[in-house]
Write a protein that binds this ligand. Structure first.
Ligand code: ADP
Length: 180
């Protein structure tokens, strides 16, 4: 499984899945969530409302993931996950790891080959960029290793971290290279 760092706007990525750093309501927000809803079109909000009406009346729990079509996006699906909000006292790294793991498991079950992640929880939700990067790399490598051990191939063979700022790319690069 390849892991690549990309600087830019995740809504432009022609991958099978882009992951949305959503909130529990699934009804849109700012940051990457707002950008994804704008680019996907109103059909995405309608699909999210339908999920709320049916499977998720209380919203999507922190650390969980759910898929919708990508509608007007180049990506085929959007996987929505809810990162922990540090400002609300959600400081358990296991919750953040769960976002990456559950998104990958869901992408795998969809048969997706390529998945793009933003820096979940590193924006409004207030997590330190380095901790997000460490958690993200760890979750992806653990996911890949679990398949290798079982001798199976993953459907997912490319994971991109699509990062808005060059500073965030630098943090992810440093973590990948194991530097200070
Ligand atoms: P959260 O609420 O989970 O912290 P945010 O959307 O506030 O989510 O921020 C998560 C990260 O996504 C931040 O690093 C932010 O700069 C970045 N981001 C915002 N818009 C985009 C976009 N269009 N593509 C990729 N990353 C984005």
């Amino acid at each position: 499984m390849r892991i690549e760092l990309v600087q830019g706007d995740i809504t432009t990525r022609a991958v099978d899945v882009i992951v949305n750093a959503a909130n529990s309501s699934l009804l849109g927000g700012g940051g990457v969530d707002g950008a994804i809803h704008r680019a996907a079109g109103p059909e995405l909000l309608a699909a999210c409302r339908e999920l709320r009406r049916t499977d998720l009346p209380d919203g999507l729990p922190v650390g969980a993931a759910v898929a919708t079509p990508g509608f007007r996006l180049p990506a085929r699906w959007v996987i929505h996950t809810v990162g922990p909000n540090r400002h609300a006292g959600q400081t358990d790294p296991a919750l953040l790891a769960s976002c990456f793991r559950e998104s990958l498991e869901l992408a795998e079950s969809l048969g997706a080959q390529s998945v793009a992640f933003p820096a979940v929880s590193a924006g409004v939700y207030g997590w330190d960029a380095r901790e997000v990067a460490e958690t993200a790399f760890d979750a992806v490598t653990t996911f890949a290793a679990s398949f290798e051990e079982s001798g199976e191939d993953t459907a997912v063979d490319l994971v991109e971290f699509v990062l808005f700022s060059s500073e965030m790319v630098d943090v992810f690069r440093q973590v990948r290279e194991g530097g200070p």
